[in-house]
Design a protein. Sequence first.
Length: 308
Amino acid sequence: METILSGKTYVVTGATSGIGLATAEILVRQGANVIGVGRSAERCRAAELHLSYLNPDSLVHYCVADLSLQSQVRTAAEQIRALLAESGRPGLDGLVNNAGTFTYWLALTAEGFETQWAVNHLAPFLLTRELLPLLAGAPIARIVTVSSDSHIGARLNWNDIQLRRHYDGLRAYGQSKLANVLFTLEMNRRLGPGSTVRAFAADPGLVKTDIGLKGTPGLVRWIWKRRRAGGVSPEVSARGVAFLVSEPSIQDSLDIYWKDGAPKRASHEAMDTDSARKLWEVSEQMCGIQPQAAAPEFSQLVFTGMER
């Protein structure tokens, strides 16, 4: 059993199946401690037992949370803080924002947000903000948000960013994945040069998962089954994600969008700094977070805790 990540702790969302579970497996096999987040208590327990069996020396815990709800995102963050405090660990070495969803039809969460926007963008935005003080407490730390090449060609509709007036499931998915890259871009700008915390966006490629099969019409399911047949296994994509969250040599890399352990060009829209700043401000409003505009103030926020 490898021990190159012994003593390090990583949080992985959507960690009961697919890329999330495969990423957690890689980290645990390398000696890391893992805190997983999943929606089903039963599946969380099964994954926890599975990972603990892979490496009995790793500490493995799971938090049950529906990440479509900001209240549960905050509860998960509280549980993560408590778990780290109980283990005597001052910081968090990495956060993998992997959980994602696709809804063909317009569906609103109990808090009134479009579901894809809530899970794919607002949840990683809020969870990252909640855990920033812990990430800053590690010698070096990473934030990896799983995006997609579906962001290419997408544009944010600022007048109806959740597409509630004219919903299109594929367009909503593309927008949320574009938001993942813009969030990463703005996060690094706000952290500033020399920060011990670095953010990356991961392109997992076409993966053999069930994301396009849940709650979709028969024709869409048929198309997705044919399309995913040419994809890679979650384990292949997970290697690139695990690399981004743990590889020391890329800490100071200026590249933010990666695939399979190598930089990849993101779309022009994804590298628009004005859009990234505007999205951050909109996201703060949606999450009820007090604005923090400049890099020095944001660094102060990281170390002293956040105002809501």
